[in-house]
Ligand binder design. Structure first.
Ligand code: HEM
Ligand SMILES: *[C@@H]1O[C@H](CO)[C@@H](O)[C@H](O)[C@H]1NC(C)=O
Ligand SMILES: *[C@@H]1O[C@H](CO)[C@@H](O)[C@H](O)[C@H]1NC(C)=O
Length: 162
């Protein structure tokens, strides 16, 4: 069963960093899956083929045929490596400026690739589903996870066209 997560676009200002206890919950969950980069990109593309189609290297290719390729793995490592470096930095006051700068760069590069807010929402849904089914998921973790993505997306979205 596909579970649907209704994406509420964050209106409240969510400042970085998070409280360190919240960050640790998110980091612990992320650390359990972060090395499964190709598997996570597969999960995103499987749930949302329209996102796969926005990647020039993979558009309209057979996902099952490409998922073990070198190109697929190296793309996945770049994407989730970037996310890992952001997750590593949350929860520490003095990282706020650096986090913001990284997220603004992601917004700018992805604006140029025609990635939309809706695409990012789908990416989040698929990734959340992936993580939630592989770690011990509970209300506290879900709340900290949501707060992290609301905060990350607020900054990325400030640079996207729509
Ligand atoms: C938080 C989520 C995401 C992160 C951290 C992220 C990060 C990255 C990174 C690090 C790269 C490669 C390095 C670079 O050229 O900047 C990349 C490439 C790319 N991303 Fe994302 N990305 C995210 C979400 C998305 C979404 C939702 C889309 C949907 C369209 C997308 C589309 C692309 C495309 C088309 C490329 C270019 C791939 C290529 O070079 O062939 N990304 N992303
Ligand atoms: C983004 O969309 C514009 C307008 O539709 C198009 O001209 C451009 O080629 C697209 N860029 C990419 C990277 O897909
Ligand atoms: C987290 O966000 C999702 C999607 O917006 C929502 O369905 C869920 O109830 C939220 N959970 C918590 C604990 O805030």
């Amino acid at each position: 069963m596909k579970f649907l997560i209704v994406l509420a676009v964050a209106t409240a200002t969510v400042a970085f960093p998070l409280a360190s206890e919240e960050a640790i919950e998110v980091q612990t969950a992320w650390n359990a899956v972060k090395d499964n980069q190709a598997d996570m990109l597969y999960a995103v593309f499987k749930d949302y083929p329209e996102i796969q189609d926005k990647f020039p290297a993979f558009a309209s290719q057979d996902l099952e045929a490409i998922k073990n390729s070198e190109a697929f793995t190296s793309h996945a490592k770049r994407i989730f490596g970037q996310l890992s470096s952001i997750f590593d930095q949350i929860g520490v006051d003095s990282n706020e400026e650096e986090i913001k700068a990284s997220l603004e760069r992601i917004g700018e590069t992805h604006r140029n690739r025609n990635a939309t807010k809706e695409d990012f929402g789908k990416f989040r849904n698929a990734l959340t589903k992936y993580v939630a089914s592989r770690v011990t998921w509970n209300e506290n973790l879900a709340a900290a996870w949501n707060k992290t993505f609301d905060g990350i997306f607020e900054i990325i979205f400030s640079k996207l066209a729509e």
